[in-house]
Design a protein around this ligand. Sequence first.
Ligand code: ADP
Length: 445
Amino acid sequence: MNVHYMTTSRSNPRFFIFSQVFECVERTDNIFELKPNWQEKVQISAWVEFWSREGYVLLEQKWHKLHPSYEDQIGKATPEESTYWQELWEQHSLDINAHFWRIFKCAFENYENDFRQGLGADINISNVDKQLAELNINAEISQNSLTTNENSDKLDERQQLMDLGLPTSFGSLAKRRRRSKAQHISESESDSENMANHTDDALHGVQSRVIKKKKKRPNLDIIPEFMRDDGMMHRYWVKRFSLFSRFDEGVRLDRESWFSVTPEKIAVQTARRLACDIIVDAFCGCGGNAIQFAMTCSRVIAIDIDADKLEMAKHNATIYGVAHKIEFIHADFLQFASSTNLRPDVVFLSPPWGGPNYKKRSNFNIETSLLPVGASELMQHARRLTDNIGFFLPRNSLSPQVIALAGVGQQCEVEYNYLDTRLVAITSYYGYLIQQDSTAADSDS
Ligand code: ADP
């Protein structure tokens, strides 16, 4: 299996979303069926979604970089010069489209692999108890093989930050390849099929080579003290704007939050999907999601069991000018859900994933490895408040378990979030949050 990694911009990765709606249906065999041609449907809707969200901005940004004098010149251009600019813009649009299509194709190829992996082996979605029993055994085996020394923890952290779409050593190679390939872009490549063929060629072997980058030395004066002596963290400090675009205005994160906060692009997308009147952010942490919810919802109830995290969240929300829309509640969500009379429109669940070791397993068991309780129990608590639930889960979560949370006869939408070509996490939606028109495949199981 080829796994390609490319970055478009180290500090500002592109965000691709691949989404499918599933139905949870009882069946007696172990087969998880997908509708024919599901790949094509998912790919088309994901590309259309990406290009309509980011395409024009990308075209404009690159155009002004390439032609800084355009604004001055177009005002006094002769008709011939105007035609020249027009043709140049059309060619530019084709080139940029082709460029991002290649990266998108690479992300999609990874999605297909990641999705298959997420199905797990020998899983019977209709028999949840048996399924969980099998998975418990798998989880124990992989747990035993984990190493726990300090070095391996550091590597985990580094890996976790890389998975957030932060730097990869493949960036410069990918850039050089794209530069050399750009010389060969012909007009015919505006046709998406031709571009698709070109992609495999352009990416061949990318995953097998590592290019050494020149070390970028950050300004040590502005790095938080706890990161200063940790050389490994310096390179991640440079990427802080992936997490909070307004980081330099004073965003506060503790060490743990560097690894767990939702990257802003994903938080923006989740907030777009969960837009409503009243939303509960059940595990708000330092506020990455709550801040974005405040932009799309009338009222946000942000809950966390850790008072320090809540303080950071409040401070960060002030920077974004949305603190007045968020009610910060210091509580255990499970107790809160059992005792409140509040009936929000939506509950968002982003519980702890049990530290960075989760990705050492090929599959993540959401029933045994999430904290403070398994996914089904957590859903039961959330459903006391509403059936409309968004669930932010590890990228290697077992898809059958995620779908089973919908309940037999119900649907669920599973969204795979990629920053550049790296799968960062999964968001699943239940209740009225499912977007029917994104239905591309479903399981008959
Ligand atoms: P991750 O494993 O994704 O890194 P975190 O450790 O950041 O997750 O956990 C997310 C947040 O959930 C943290 O801020 C933590 O304080 C909070 N949290 C943990 N348990 C509860 C709970 N029972 N109720 C509310 N918040 C909780």
